[in-house]
Write a protein of this length. Structure first.
Length: 289
């Protein structure tokens, strides 16, 4: 039986295991040895090399969340799906502003009473519906900004998992706390990305203050304006934060030693959270039935 490969260690601190790596050269590195870039995070050597490569009239791509030869395809795909669904609803309703009158919108909007009757497609489908073009544009802009950076740091599969778990978390909160509503929009999943990005900043030992202020402002807007699903936003925020923490912090807390154990603990925490949200949705539906 072959022993499991050892967990990756920081290239500058061999005594520190880490699940992070430079998005430019791929070397494993601890948070202390990584610096935020325009896309992702870079090690000290790549930062120095990037500075030396700067030529007049051709600015270098710094950044982290930038090396950026990695394209955030999942973010772009999610935006495309949301836009396509909006186009279908607008076409069916023969109106861009009153697209909520379409058959698809009627079939997918998150109405807890209808979910309780077995229409579970609403739990996920509602996350791809939007009330009019302004709602769509605001959410897609937020998804582009947050999704791009989160995907480039976490990778495509983990990013998609967090997005979907956040969507489910928002639906679970609505099922229990907004039973008389008809909710739609990607906001729950996007709030989950707010939480995930905050966790990423903490893992990289960067200040999360600006992100926390942004979350607070958005929650204040959710409370102040009518017709906004506060509980859907909060449910997504909690789910996304917990999912990201499970990936980035739980393996360290459990003292995982191998690459496989780090990976499976992270994925196990996300799967467990997904099962929990689905169970909460099911319980909420049973109460309403």
């Amino acid at each position: 039986m072959n022993p499991q490969p050892p967990a990756p260690t920081c290239y500058r601190h061999p005594d520190r295991t880490t699940g992070l790596a430079c998005t430019r050269c791929g070397r494993p590195a601890c948070p202390q040895c990584l610096q935020p870039a325009a896309v992702g995070q870079h090690c000290a050597e790549c930062v120095a090399q990037g500075r030396s490569d700067i030529r007049p009239g051709r600015p270098a791509v710094t950044g982290p969340f930038a090396t950026a030869r990695r394209t955030p395809y999942v973010t772009y795909a999610l935006i495309a799906i949301n836009v396509a669904v909006f186009a279908v609803t607008a076409s069916q309703a023969h109106s861009v502003t009153d697209n909520h009158l379409s058959q698809l919108f009627y079939d997918w909007v998150l109405a807890p009473q209808w979910v309780a009757q077995g229409q579970w497609i609403r739990v996920l489908g509602s996350g791809f519906l939007h009330y009019g073009p302004l709602h769509l544009v605001v959410n897609m802009f937020a998804l582009y900004i947050l999704g791009r950076d989160t995907e480039l740091v976490l990778g495509r599969s983990r990013f998609l998992a967090i997005y979907l778990v956040s969507l489910l978390g928002g639906s679970a909160a609505v099922m229990w706390l907004a039973t008389d509503s008809a909710t739609a929009g990607a906001s729950g999943a996007i709030y989950g990305l707010f939480g995930a990005m905050t966790v990423i900043l903490l893992r990289l030992r960067q200040s999360p203050v600006q992100m926390l202020v942004l979350i607070a402002i958005n929650l204040l807007i959710s409370v102040s304006l009518p017709g906004i699903s506060l509980w859907g936003h909060l449910g997504g925020l909690v789910a996304g934060t917990l999912a990201a923490a499970g990936i980035l912090f739980l393996p360290e807390w459990l003292r995982a030693r191998t690459r496989d154990s780090i990976r499976w603990i992270g994925w196990g925490s996300v799967a467990g959270l997904a099962v929990l949200t689905i169970a909460l949705i099911g319980a909420g539906a049973a109460v309403l039935a």
